[in-house]
Write a protein that binds this ligand. Structure first.
Ligand code: 0A1
Ligand code: ZN
Length: 843
């Protein structure tokens, strides 16, 4: 295992030199790209030492270095690991010129400059720029960039970088050159370069002052016809940011490029967003309704970064949640405003609980603002992103939409063009609203999901509620976090008789509500008003009341999920469980056509792992079996009604498809409806319906599944994101076997160099908790071996795939021990620092 060097937040120091201007010249060639870098620097008057650190890596071969007009002999250069340390520089203004050579074609880690399908492409966040040139690669150094790109015109007709194209001309020998200038100072992680044979579509956005922004989406020539939806989404995002936050696009050319080999989802490089192609390319033939929504939100996310991330960036990487939590919050609000706020909230909470809660309870847990890291790339986590967004949402819950906007505007004005911290954000919110928000501070420094215990007591003066918070963070000096609790009381006439928001600011507080009714249902954390686990002994009657009579979508859905989870975990007889499970369906089946998408969520039972983590039942196999049996029992009991709903939603929009396909999941459990599933697969005119049928067939182990899978691959071989779905679906089946895994691993369509394809196999297995629970001794060693193989190609992707090894609590104790021994043994082998950090912390 490599030595792991930990970097601490408390050790932040400002640099001795700022960079004001960067000039980069690239002469592109797949195996020998020449980079010439000219830097203008000036002394930071706030520090006394005079050392310039130019970060580098083993991937770039330094050819020359000059400081002002003096050449530095390569042998005289002092390195600390791969970083150049230039000490005792006496001038306050400096010019540094250097040249180096890169091998993009062999950059399988996809950080820095690499080739994807013959397209030159860069990815620099967080510390990839140092793979391109030697540079003080830290986000608090913001400079203006001029980029000259020279390449072969026949193979690379398109040459792109950040900012504005200021010159384009032909050169000798079939070469051509483009010069881009970005007038906005930016940190190095926002640098981007793309060059290759690409097509594009374009449109424009008209800003409030009447001026246009030219919008282009670039993709492979045969894919540009699938970019129209993304382009529309970009226009909607621009308009929304103007309407909601008065934030206007500040560049005249806004380019997006779709790339097939990409480590992340997308990247907000100034004026030149680079996207994982799966989040751009879409039409109804290859993308599901859910895919369309995801694409819209990611297009929005990267655009919203232009203000929250680019104009104001983070001072150091510990502050990543400053821009990511805030920008996720903004993209969530975008989707909520354009689509359905209540349903969006349910989706986001499902995602938070499925991925972030386990992370916050596992061995890689960290606060949204971590205190230390070894490899920053390992901290692009659901905690920093999604829990970070929940923390930003707390401000809005407390201050209201107007107060939040006031705070955001103040923050952006105050820190425009600079690199800021999470504290700066909190203080801005407080200043703009003249509020004390000090209790929010602890959300940034304490890890773990807080638990809130609630007790309800009927007293002479009314209903007394007691709230108590329990934190599971480490450290001796834990402080209570401010927790907004939205709640309501539903009275005996099934109406809401009281609603309020209480801010829990200390460890324990009580309130008494002036309410004389005694038979009330208490609905807690409406709209999921804080990212906590709620301990309250709901009665079945209370849950039913909330599920049927609450007005808050999240609360209704949540109550139904709890009802089912508790039922499955309870000690009642199977007959009692069946009876109680199907009782509500009589009404639900009548009502569901009024709000198809909501009822589709309502009909979808909680995942086995969610039932296990929220109840006393720990046998995941038993949960999975009972859950399946209940679905089948409801399917059988109401078969005629299900079928009638199913048929009524045949022609319709996305909501109709939601409902129809949730009903299909019931019907698919009945042997006589295998044919219904197969028919839907064949007759489908869009990917939503086709995929839903294929999924129902595979997850119910239908005899037709194999034929449908073969047909599916044949049909969609040319579409990478669809082939990814084909892999992931098979791997997420509870019936998966080692034989099928090996078959997929050696399938002609598997590609260990493509992150999406790797994730569709190894990522999907890590998420298949039912299979992992049942046969840990088979699947974990297989997964680890394959992660080790990927680590040799792409450490960043491998490290991410290893997170399941840090979340073993759902397994039997003896299985956990065996797997940790397996991990321990692997640590003796050669691994990247990325993977070593994740695996060693998992022990
Ligand atoms: N800033 C991007 C996330 C991202 C991070 C790292 C990447 O490459 C290593 C790429 C993208 C976002 O939040 O969308
Ligand atoms: Zn982001």
């Amino acid at each position: 295992m490599p030595a792991l060097k930990e970097i601490f937040r408390k050790d932040y120091q400002a640099p001795d030199f700022w960079v004001t201007d960067v000039s980069l010249k690239f002469v592109l060639s797949p195996n020998a790209t020449l980079v010439t870098t000219e830097l203008k620097l000036s002394k930071n008057t706030e520090t006394t030492s005079r050392t310039l650190v130019l970060n580098g890596t083993e991937h770039s071969q330094l050819l020359s270095l000059r400081i002002n007009d003096t050449a530095v002999a390569l042998d005289d250069i002092q390195y600390v690991e791969h970083d150049i340390h230039l000490k005792d520089l006496q001038d306050d203004e400096l010019a540094v010129t250097l040249s180096n050579q890169l091998d993009p074609a062999n950059n399988s880690a996809l950080e820095g400059l690499y080739l994807s399908n013959k397209i030159f492409c860069s990815d620099c966040e967080p510390e990839g720029f140092r793979n391109i040139t030697y540079y003080p690669d830290r986000p608090d150094i913001m400079a203006k960039y001029t980029v000259i790109i020279i390449a072969d015109k026949a193979t690379c007709p398109i040459l792109l970088s950040n900012g504005n194209l200021v010159e384009a001309k032909d050169l000798d020998n079939g070469l051509h050159q483009a010069v881009w200038h970005d007038p906005f100072p930016k940190p190095s992680y926002l640098f981007a370069l793309v060059a290759g044979d690409l097509g594009y579509i374009e449109d424009k956005h008209i800003r409030p002052d009447g001026s246009p922004v030219q919008l282009r989406i670039y993709a492979a020539h045969n894919e540009v016809d699938k970019c129209h939806y993304a382009l529309g989404a970009l226009k909607r995002a621009m308009k929304w940011d103007e309407d909601r936050f008065d934030l206007v696009c500040d560049v005249d050319q806004y380019n997006i490029v779709a790339i097939h080999d990409f480590n992340g989802g997308a990247m907000e490089n100034k004026g030149l967003n680079i996207f994982n192609a799966k989040y751009v390319l879409a039409n109804s033939e290859i993308a599901t309704d859910a895919d369309f929504e995801t694409i819209e939100s990611i297009i929005g996310h990267e655009y919203f970064h232009n203000w929250t991330g680019n104009r104001v960036t983070c001072r150091d990487w510990f502050q990543l949640s400053l821009q990511e939590g805030l920008t996720v919050f903004r993209d969530q609000e975008f989707t909520s405003d354009l689509r359905h706020r209540g349903l969006k909230r349910i989706d986001d909470v499902k995602m938070l609980r499925a991925y972030q809660f386990p992370e916050d309870a596992g061995r890689l847990k960290h606060p949204i603002r971590p205190e230390s890291y070894v490899e920053m790339r390992n901290f692009y986590t659901t905690t920093v992103y999604e829990k970070g967004a929940e923390v930003v949402r707390l401000y809005q819950t407390l201050l209201g939409e107007e107060g939040f906007k006031k705070g955001l505007t103040h923050y952006l004005n105050k820190f425009d063009g600079t690199a800021a911290t999470c504290d700066d954000f909190l203080i801005s919110m407080a200043e703009a609203n003249h509020e004390d928000l000090s209790g929010f501070e602890h959300w940034y420094s304490q890890a773990g999901t807080p638990r809130v215990q609630v007790a309800k007591e009927i007293t002479e003066n009314g209903i007394k509620l007691t709230f108590k918070q329990l934190l599971c963070s480490e450290g001796s000096n834990l402080q209570p976090q401010w927790i907004p609790i939205r709640f309501a009381l539903i009275g005996s006439e099934d109406k809401i008789i009281y609603e309020d928001t209480f801010i829990l600011k200390s460890w324990e507080e009580s309130i008494t509500l002036p309410c004389k009714e005694t038979n009330v249902a208490l609905s807690l954390f409406r709209d999921f008003s804080a990212p906590v686990i709620v301990d309250y002994p709901y009665t079945e009657e209370e849950l039913m009341k909330i599920a049927f009579f609450e007005t808050d979508y999240f609360a209704r859905w949540e109550a139904a999920q709890r009802y089912i989870s508790e039922l499955i975990a309870s000690e009642q007889t199977w007959e009692e469980k069946q009876a109680k499970f199907i009782a509500p369906f009589n009404n639900l089946l009548q009502e569901c056509r009024q709000e198809p998408s909501f009822y589709a969520l309502f009909f979808t039972l909680p995942d086995p792992i969610s039932i296990q983590s929220t109840t006393a039942e720990k046998d995941l196999a038993k949960i999975w079996e009972q859950r399946g049996n209940l679905i089948q029992y409801a399917a059988k009991t109401y078969e005629a009604q299900w079928l009638e709903i199913y048929q009524s939603q045949m022609i319709g929009n996305a909501s109709a498809r939601d409902l129809k396909n949730s009903v299909l999941n019931y019907l698919a459990t009945l042997p006589n409806h295998e044919v219904t599933v197969a028919k839907q697969y064949e007759a489908a005119t869009n990917m939503t319906d086709r995929m839903a049928a294929l999924r129902a067939s595979v997850l119910n182990n239908h005899s037709t599944a194999k034929t449908l899978l073969t047909n599916f691959l044949e049909k969609y071989k040319a579409y990478p994101s669809v082939v990814d779905k084909w892999f992931a679906l098979q791997v997420s089946s509870p019936y998966i076997t080692l034989e099928v895994l090996n078959h997929l691993r050696h399938h002609g369509e598997f590609n260990s160099h493509n992150p999406n394809r790797v994730r569709s196999l190894l990522g999907a297995l890590g998420q298949n908790k039912v299979a992992l629970y049942q046969q840990p001794q088979l699947f974990y060693p297989w997964l680890l071996d394959n992660i080790m193989m990927i680590d040799k190609i792409n450490p960043q992707v491998a490290a991410r795939l290893a997170t399941p090894f840090s979340q073993l609590d759902f397994l039997k104790q003896s299985d956990q021990d065996a797997i940790r021994n397996l991990v321990k043994a692997q640590l003796a082998n050669q691994l990247s620092t990325n993977l070593a950090e994740q695996l060693s912390k998992s022990l």
